[in-house]
Design a protein around this ligand. Structure first.
Ligand SMILES: NC(=O)c1ccc[n+]([C@@H]2O[C@H](COP(=O)([O-])OP(=O)(O)OC[C@H]3O[C@@H](n4cnc5c(N)ncnc54)[C@H](OP(=O)(O)O)[C@@H]3O)[C@@H](O)[C@H]2O)c1
Length: 331
């Protein structure tokens, strides 16, 4: 089969299409003929060498959807989406020591086929396109645990989601809206803010403008109850400043790096809860998928690149060009 293989960390040009052996399933596994894969920022971190425990060569890609063509008879012939959160373990509060995310070291979804434990596949929502089904899993799961399990967002609360162009951010907005919250967003692009408002956000501010924290404090009537953030860096102190006393800040990423000099005095004086989250349990994945189908939500697909153009797709993500998920597909 054809796959995009990374032999050396570096620029996007290091993502090269090669012929590799077809996967052969072991008992309890399936082989999925992939019709679409989706990018996550994790793929960019690994490709650049900025991720822990990199093992090369690697086939990147955590998200995928396709047809089961071999392995576990119960799944043969079925259309599925893949849950990238593998071997979470017994404790719903945090994963155990066997936990891993699909796509390095396990061979990932930038390929024509993948072999995966059958516990990781779920029926593809019937009316969804392959592109939509591949777009949802990793980012949808991360957003679901952030908004539902960790922040426990309630109807009527105001929620700020930072960097709304991002894949996870858009799912967080959709899930918070589905729970009856008012959602405010930030973005480096006025156009993306306008598109988020079209999708149901109440309002947004451009984080490149002076005074964006004050603007959001005013729009939310004194700060939101909840902030969902993946930007990290200086934005975390802005979140601590903005959040309403007694509020919750959920962090799942650090796109701009770690936060220097966290304003801990503000955290304790304002009685804030700072909540970390990563991926989610098998139960949360099933709940997330059920919410998406029962509430009629659909992932926002930004652009589709052929598998052979994975490098161009990575450049697009690095430039924060996207609004929603970037997909690789030859279908
Ligand atoms: N812990 C987990 O389980 C988990 C899961 C998924 C992702 N992550 C992490 O979460 C982050 C986002 O992942 P993703 O896949 O959703 O990435 P993505 O689709 O590439 O989105 C990144 C977004 O971050 C925003 N951004 C960049 N610089 C910013 C700044 N200075 N201020 C505010 N926003 C800024 C941009 O939003 P605009 O385009 O709107 O400006 C950009 O679109 C990554 O760091 C990733 O590693 C963690």
């Amino acid at each position: 089969m054809r796959a995009v293989v990374l032999h050396e960390v570096g620029g996007p040009e290091n993502l090269r299409v090669e012929n590799v052996p077809d996967p052969v399933p072991m008992p309890g596994e399936v082989v999925v003929r992939l019709r679409a894969a989706a990018l996550n920022h994790r793929d960019v971190w690994i490709r650049k060498g900025q991720y822990a425990g990199i093992v090369l060569p690697a086939i990147l890609g955590s998200d995928g959807a396709g047809e089961v063509i071999a392995g576990d008879a119960a799944w043969l012939g079925r259309d599925v989406a893949i849950n990238a959160s593998i071997d979470w373990g017994d404790d719903p509060r945090c994963f155990g020591n066997k936990f891993r995310i699909l796509g390095m070291p396990d061979a990932g979804t930038y390929a024509e086929c993948i072999k995966i434990p059958s516990a990781q596949v779920h029926p593809k929502p019937g009316s969804w396109t392959w592109h939509e089904a591949a777009a949802l899993p990793l980012a949808g799961l991360t957003a679901y645990r952030a908004v539902v399990t960790r922040a426990q967002v309630q109807a009527g609360e105001s929620v700020v989601v930072t960097g709304i162009g991002g894949g996870v951010s858009q799912f967080a907005m959709q899930i918070a809206k589905a729970r009856g919250a008012r959602v405010f967003v930030t973005s480096g692009s006025d156009d993306k803010i306008a598109r988020a408002v079209q999708l149901g956000a109440t309002a947004g501010v451009n984080y490149k403008s002076d005074g964006w924290v004050k603007q959001l404090a005013s729009l939310t009537g004194g700060g939101p109850e909840v902030i969902i953030d993946s930007v990290g860096g200086p934005t975390m102190n802005s979140a601590v400043e903005l959040c309403r006393p007694g509020g919750r800040i959920v962090t799942y990423g650090a796109t701009t790096g770690t936060t220097q000099n966290l304003e801990v005095r503000r955290v304790f004086w304002k009685q804030l809860s700072l909540l970390g989250t990563t991926m989610g349990t098998p139960g949360e994945f099933a709940e997330m998928l059920a919410l998406y189908t029962s509430a009629g939500l659909r992932p926002v697909v930004d652009r589709v690149f052929p598998l052979a153009e994975a490098a161009a797709a990575h450049r697009h993500m690095e430039q924060a060009g996207q609004f929603g998920k970037i997909v690789l597909s030859d279908s």
